[in-house]
Design a protein around this ligand. Structure first.
Ligand SMILES: NC(=O)c1ccc[n+]([C@@H]2O[C@H](COP(=O)([O-])OP(=O)(O)OC[C@H]3O[C@@H](n4cnc5c(N)ncnc54)[C@H](OP(=O)(O)O)[C@@H]3O)[C@@H](O)[C@H]2O)c1
Length: 299
């Protein structure tokens, strides 16, 4: 139950499973310091480790240094909306998206992205972006996007983990889910979920079952992939990157045990709590109630 598989998107393109990629199990780089990103991406690109999603400079080094590593071995997601070239240069103006994409591709030294950002009513050439995705949308937002644009995104990326479990709405719509902050994020200084007593218990149960030491991180990554979803743990630490790509599966009982964390629901990425705060109610969380701005669905 839950070892990585390839993912076929609703565009017909796949997130591949090959000796150097892990299908559902990806790799995140957000909040890595500039100097750390290159090494982390490089580490995650090694054929014995895996796929990388969202990247900068280290990619070029990986292509240069790793024998046999090919562009098609790696599935790259340009993840909106935080501070990366495509969003920054286009400023969400549809006519500026393709030129911004060209800048982005040139900077990365790549011919195309696996998934890119969709600006409403913007058609991006398939030769440059194979599939389009969205991020940080509730079901209501997603349906408004579909209604407003007439297009069904291929991928939706949002915070999802044992303490923030999601409905299966996206799957019913044929939209692939990518989970971020699987471990709970490191921004707020809270203990990561991999140290939660229940997660540790499950990791110990898995270790006894498979006869080798398995970590809480591995238990959460296995949990995250059940149902066909993908997950993009971030790390800049080579030993942890290796640990995260060393996969296990969970029994139904182990999966159900991790599920009990959902009783203590918690979202970690709430822009109203950032410093500086983003004065907008994105998710309808209690902390967002004082926000001056709401999401405009334009319907
Ligand atoms: N679309 C969006 O709005 C959005 C928002 C948030 C995140 N994301 C994406 O999701 C990715 C991951 O989410 P995240 O950065 O919030 O956090 P996360 O993956 O839940 O947690 C990252 C933290 O876990 C630590 N860690 C990783 N593997 C570990 C292991 N095996 N043992 C112990 N600690 C481990 C990392 O430490 P070290 O790095 O020090 O090793 C880091 O402190 C991001 O990089 C980004 O690509 C997208």
């Amino acid at each position: 139950m839950s070892l990585s598989k390839e993912v076929i998107l609703n565009t017909g393109y796949e997130i591949p499973l090959t000796p150097s990629t892990h299908g559902q199990l990806g790799f995140g780089t957000w909040q890595s310091a500039p100097g750390e990103v290159g090494n982390a991406v490089y580490e995650a690109s090694r054929p014995d480790i895996g796929i990388c999603m969202r990247l900068p400079i280290g990619m070029k080094r990986a292509f240069h240094d790793i024998p046999g590593l090919k562009r098609e071995d790696i599935f790259i997601v340009k993840s909106p909306p935080y501070g990366y070239i495509l969003t920054a240069y286009s400023k969400h103006r549809p006519e500026a998206v393709e030129p911004a994409l060209d800048v982005c591709l040139a900077e990365l030294g790549l011919g195309y992205l696996g998934v890119g950002e969709r600006e409403l009513d913007t058609e991006l050439p398939k030769s440059k972006v194979r599939s389009v995705g969205v991020s940080n949308h509730t079901i209501k937002h997603l349906e408004a996007i579909i209604q407003g644009s007439g297009a069904i995104p291929a991928v939706t990326q949002f915070e999802r983990h044992p303490r923030l479990q999601s409905e299966d709405h996206c799957k019913k719509r044929g939209i692939h889910t990518t989970a971020y902050s699987a471990f709970g994020n490191n921004m707020l200084g809270h203990p990561l979920q991999i140290t939660h007593p229940t997660v540790k218990e499950v990791a110990q149960a898995v270790s006894r079952r498979v006869g080798k030491d398995m970590s809480g991180a591995q238990a959460i990554l296995a949990w995250s992939q059940v149902g066909g979803h993908s997950v993009i743990p971030k790390s800049v630490t080579p030993s942890r990157i290796r640990d995260n790509f060393n996969q296990v599966d969970l029994t139904q009982e182990e999966f159900d045990h991790v599920n009990t964390l959902g009783l203590d629901r918690r979202r970690f990425n709430i822009p109203m709590t950032y410093s500086p705060a983003w004065n907008i109610n994105l998710f309808g969380e209690r902390e967002e109630e004082p926000a001056a701005h709401q999401v405009n669905l334009g319907l």
